[in-house]
Write a protein that binds this ligand. Structure first.
Ligand SMILES: [Zn+2]
Length: 328
């Protein structure tokens, strides 16, 4: 059983350690409080729920090495240092640590209950869960509820946000009834801009007196479905021969509207043998989004792709892309 390492203060020197050295210093998932230089409700910051997504930790170290003169208290949760030490999303024998909340994993209930208990025993200014992602995307927030406070916080980070209903076992959802709660997708690991975006968000969140009171100019999308390539189907993103040849240039239209009938790929196989589309309830809805004619796969309806990636490993482990629709 994984338990929470709950500390009253950060261990000395912790903010000079790289993410992969945290497991040795902390043991396991760790929560600590950082006193601010002014009173106020703390900001809850979580990072490394996915061990290889290090921009959030890098940004937190930069913030604490050069803290602003006046800052609110922080509650910091370092999610999965063991995975960070091996530079992986999660350990193969363990679940994804952003799928264990809201009753998601019995073996991790003691951990998740302890984190939520510690986080919610005082009013929080807001909760921000820091993630990197893959593919060429703008930076955006993820909300799991549509109340104004979440959207206002989302707008503090970006003018784009995605409303997701699935997976429903994410940390953002576990805190959404308590305070404004978002996850942020900073961009790729190893892109210095991702670290900068995280640092900028943290600096503003610890110094601003209040959250934005509007999100009028926020472009909000609803996530509809995930596109998977069927197991065992080889694929290519150029003209090289493969069972499924994906149309080039899709990654470049992440977060752009794509009209119906837009080409998606070429395959001599029946549509359902090469591509699987799952909706937020895990139903197979491939035919709602694509059709195939004379070996050409096209979009059946207008969508907005997100996180379309040409990294074969990510395609296999996670998915090829998400499909969204504008909400406003
Ligand atoms: Zn992540």
């Amino acid at each position: 059983m994984t338990l929470l390492n709950h500390l009253d203060a950060p261990p000395a020197g912790i903010f000079s350690l790289p993410a992969h050295a945290l497991a040795e210093a902390l043991g396991g998932p760790t929560l600590f409080r950082l006193d601010g230089t002014r009173a106020g409700a703390p900001l809850f910051v979580s990072t490394l729920l996915h061990g290889n997504e290090t921009s959030g930790w890098t940004a937190l170290c930069r913030l604490m090495q050069d803290p602003p003169e006046s800052m609110r208290p922080l509650i910091v949760f370092i999610g999965n240092p063991a995975a960070a030490s091996r530079r992986v999303r999660h350990l193969p024998e363990e679940p994804d640590f952003n799928r264990i909340w809201c009753g998601g994993s019995a073996g991790h209930r003691a951990l998740t209950e302890a984190v939520v208990h510690e986080a919610t025993k005082q009013p929080l200014f807001a909760a921000v869960d820091l993630h990197n992602n893959t593919g060429r995307n703008p930076h955006y927030s993820v909300v799991t509820a549509l109340e104004d406070r979440h959207l206002n916080l989302a707008y503090l980070f970006s003018d784009k946000a995605v409303y997701v209903e699935e997976p429903d076992t994410v940390l953002t959802r576990a805190l959404q009834h308590h305070c404004a709660s978002i996850a942020v997708e900073l961009g790729p690991i190893n892109d210095p801009r991702s670290d900068d975006l995280a640092e900028d968000l943290l600096r503003r969140a610890v110094t601003e007196a209040d959250l934005p009171t509007t999100h009028e100019n926020l472009t909000l999308y609803r996530s509809l479905a995930r596109v998977h390539i069927a197991d065992g189907v080889d694929f290519s993103f150029d003209d090289s021969p493969a069972k499924l040849r994906l149309t080039g240039g899709m990654e470049a239209v992440n977060f752009h509207a794509v009209p119906e009938h837009t080409p998606f790929g070429l395959s001599g196989e029946p549509l359902g043998h090469v591509v699987t589309v799952l909706d937020s309830s895990h139903n197979v809805v491939t035919e709602d989004f694509f059709y195939s004619t004379s070996g050409e796969i096209r979009f059946r309806r207008a969508v907005v792709p997100a996180m379309y990636t040409t990294d074969p490993e990510v395609v296999r482990q996670d998915c090829l892309c998400y499909l969204m629709t504008p909400m406003r």
